[in-house]
Ligand binder design. Sequence first.
Ligand SMILES: *Cc1c(COP(=O)(O)O)cnc(C)c1O
Length: 418
Amino acid sequence: MREFPNRKGVMLIGGMPATKMAERFGTPVMVTDENALRENYRAVWKAFNDHFPTRVNYACKANTNLSILRVLEQEGTFIDAVSIGEVESCLRAGFVPERILYTGVAVSDAEMLALVKANVPINVDSVPQLRRLAKMDPKHPISLRVNPDVGSGHSAKVVTGAKGAKFGIPKDEIISAYREALDLGFSPRGLHAHTGSGGSDPQVFGRVTEVLVEMFERVRSELGLKLEFLDIGGGLGIPYRPEEHPTDLNAVAAEVADRLKGSSVRTLVIEPGRYIVADTTVLLTTVQDIKRTPVKDYALVDAGFNTLIRPAFYDSYHHVAVANKFDRPAESKYDVAGPICESGDYLAKERMLPKVEAGDLLCIYDVGAYGFTMSSNYNTRPRCAEVLMKGGKAALIRERETVADMFRHQKVPARLRK
Ligand SMILES: *Cc1c(COP(=O)(O)O)cnc(C)c1O
């Protein structure tokens, strides 16, 4: 959680009063601080490179806004992409194909062919996928994803590395998968695993590194194949609650580097998504009504799980502040809920806030990762605008959708037209 300054009772975001942003761009709106983005990238790059030569592949499914990708491209990041849409976004943002690593599951032939044509390296998820790729281009740059049997995550829904997960080649089959890749004509470059998302326990990163190093050395000794990189995936967590501590990057990096010592690994790759973007962005949403029920009070706002699904989907905590009463003490308890017609639609539960009235502006923290990218048009609600702050100046980086946008792509057969 970042701290925001207070100017005369109003929260300042990237140097601008939140109320001014809401007036200028409307709500709901997501506002990103460019400096914070650059700081996060540099912090993670430095922490790991202080211990071991490390390439940072930003996991762009967390946030694919083109302007945000531009900032990170300038910073020198590489990319972890999981769909052709993400690949195209990164190419459009100026990344050369060699700076992208595609890791996909359930990949169609059409998508694979597009990756081959675009020259984007593929991190192969299974042996059947490998065989399909061999028919298209047996010289394509590849690495293999293993299921390391080490899982982690903030919710069961995001654990990817546990035994039986749909991701990766089972641990016991990885040597034969490399052998088959060589037989098919490939020159595999790396070994990859991703345990899950939102963990902050350095031990997990150490454990997966240990498992991968052992395989890495077996590939070398049993097959004579010298891989270029060992990729331990992403999953670095952030503190969403005020009482939580920031992830100790140095401790994670030290733990990982310790397991690499004495190995033949020369390049480590990490794939942080959340860590780089989550705390750079807030969601501003306006209170429409206060509803008092016999059980609880609601602050009803113009953003629901169509805008931010993490609370409803994962039971995630996002911190809330009243942006236009930023210096007032908390005195009443509210559930913050949106306009979606489901009682599971909420942004926050049982929060002590200053007394809230209709027209107040709420700020939801840490929405930069899996915020906009997981938003939807449910209830036929247009998606929100996005703004990028730099030096006190605001730039609109995504227009708010309109209701007219909801009709694009729909076709009504002639017999039904009016
Ligand atoms: C989602 C994902 C990541 C990033 O996870 P974070 O928790 O956002 O760091 C990295 N690698 C792969 C393969 C992923 O699917």
